[in-house]
Design a protein around this ligand. Sequence first.
Ligand code: THU
Length: 141
Amino acid sequence: MIEVDQGYLDSDWVELVKTASQAKNNAYCPYSQYQVGAALLCVNGEIVAGANVENAAYGSTICAERSALVAANSRGLRDFKRLVVSVVGEIAAPCGACRQVLHEFSSVSGLELEILLHGEAKDTYQLTTISELLPHGFDFR
Ligand code: THU
């Protein structure tokens, strides 16, 4: 995990950050009031966004990362290059369940997923990869 200065982000990252940041506004989070936005860059160049969707049965909540992944899958998009996760406060890393779900598609496509975490509070960025976040993810292929 490395801290990255905004000035070092290429135009693809900048567009993904913008999309993830805007996606936060679509979060349904009446219980936590914690908005999370995610944006995936697919191999075909398309960007797919997601936001967290909470539920009165808390365990049924869907995180922004999985929301974006499911939205992409619903469009037949499964090969991903990059992911941005944007939160209003300080940088937050994906939860364990999201790491495993991200690992699934990285494993199937054979592509390492680059992940940029964005904290809007101080406009800070951290760059990592799915294999750094989840070494030895579950896989039975
Ligand atoms: N959340 C995400 O969307 N992504 C994460 O990686 C961690 C947590 C959401 C779930 C819930 O709606 C809120 O943040 C508070 O946990």
